[in-house]
Design a protein around this ligand. Structure first.
Ligand code: ADP
Ligand code: F6P
Length: 326
């Protein structure tokens, strides 16, 4: 079991995600509830290196459960990828007598946490906070549901103008190398097709499908394109399609709009449950684990597995887009 955990710090790292604040609030209040002293690290790993470690009490996390973004701010910190950078970070954790660290972020942040806790005597627990939903060991990451709702809201609006002008729209969405946002929002937005990195779709097959739709008197179409798909993104795909399919075609790249906004109830509850689970895992002596949610139950997965393993994309969901687009 090792030294009793009495002082816990929390940080957010990598891309921000709606629900991170709800998670910070849960981590802090669960820690206080169990008698621990709580600290926040500003700016992710950059703040650990720069010694931006601040004490947090229950009031510090009031009135944030509904806010998007992260009150602790975040950063992509290259210096932490160096042994010298991590040494500085660890020295600051020792200076504040921090026994355990909760890292809210994605696979990059988890990689950093795993290396730090192997190099130094600091216990770490990860919480999956990224809109990309690309982490093994959890059915959902914090921020995914809210990002999907944001994308669907945009698709609904784009469909209004597409239908008014009889146009074909390519809507590019985030997700880094994964197609979860694209697939879920294609189903929820009633898109005619979806292009994702996990499933190759040729331009010819796409054009054939759009031709059939037109034949079925579908005068407006929406194709959702994951930024990581292999055809070079929505702009490039649209150009290739226009060469073979003479139709009024437009492209919308949604961009960082997808990262903001007040978290949904689903993300707030997920964030609150995982925040509690992360602190209680630390207090029970766990280390280098990710607190995730599998079939609506909290599950601890080794951080190593969460980073290295990939969740298979559910083929039936891909097929569902085609079925519902007839
Ligand atoms: P995410 O956590 O959303 O995947 P990044 O991939 O940008 O975001 O990672 C966030 C931060 O985690 C990086 O800026 C860096 O500080 C740290 N990190 C990522 N990969 C490593 C690594 N291999 N070694 C040490 N730190 C890393
Ligand atoms: O990981 C979250 C994410 O929003 C990805 O979907 C996207 O590819 C990336 O971050 C964008 O990163 P940045 O905000 O640094 O441009």
């Amino acid at each position: 079991m090792g030294k009793k955990i009495e002082r816990i710090a929390v940080l957010t790292s990598g891309g921000d995600a709606p629900g991170m604040n709800a998670c910070i609030r849960s981590v802090v209040r669960t820690g206080i509830y169990h008698g621990a002293q709580m600290f926040g690290v500003m700016q992710g790993y950059q703040g650990l290196i720069n010694d931006e470690i601040i004490p947090l009490n229950s009031k510090s996390v009031s009135n944030i459960v509904q806010r998007g973004g992260t009150i602790l701010k975040t950063a992509r910190c290259l210096e932490f990828k160096t042994p010298e950078g991590r040494k500085k970070a660890y020295d600051n954790l020792v200076k504040h007598e921090i026994d355990g660290l909760v890292v809210i972020g994605g696979d990059g942040s988890f990689t950093g946490a795993e290396i730090l806790s192997r190099e130094y005597d600091i216990k770490v627990i990860g919480v999956p906070g990224t809109i990309d939903n690309d982490l093994f060991g959890t059915d959902f990451t914090i921020g995914f549901d809210t990002a999907n709702n944001t994308v669907i809201e945009a698709i609904d609006k784009i469909r209004d103008t597409a239908a008014s002008h009889d146009r074909l729209f390519f809507v590019e969405v985030m997700g880094r190398d994964a197609g979860y946002i694209a697939l879920w929002s294609a189903i929820g937005g009633g898109a005619e097709a979806v292009l994702i990195p996990e499933k190759e779709t040729s331009v010819d097959d796409l054009v054939d499908k759009l031709m059939v739709d037109l034949g079925n008197l579908k005068t407006s179409s929406i194709v959702v394109v994951a930024e990581g798909e292999h055809g070079g993104g929505a702009m490039a795909i649209a150009e290739k399609v226009k060469e073979r399919f003479n139709y009024d075609t437009k492209v919308s790249i949604l961009g960082h709009f997808q990262r903001g906004g007040s978290p949904t109830s689903f993300d707030r509850v997920l964030a609150s449950r995982l925040g509690q689970a992360a602190v209680e895992a630390l207090l029970k002596g766990h280390n280098r684990k990710m607190a995730g949610m599998i079939s609506n139950h909290v599950a601890l997965t080794s951080i190593d597995l969460a980073i290295k393993n990939k969740t298979e994309m559910d083929e039936t969901l891909i097929e569902l887009v085609n079925i519902l687009a007839i």
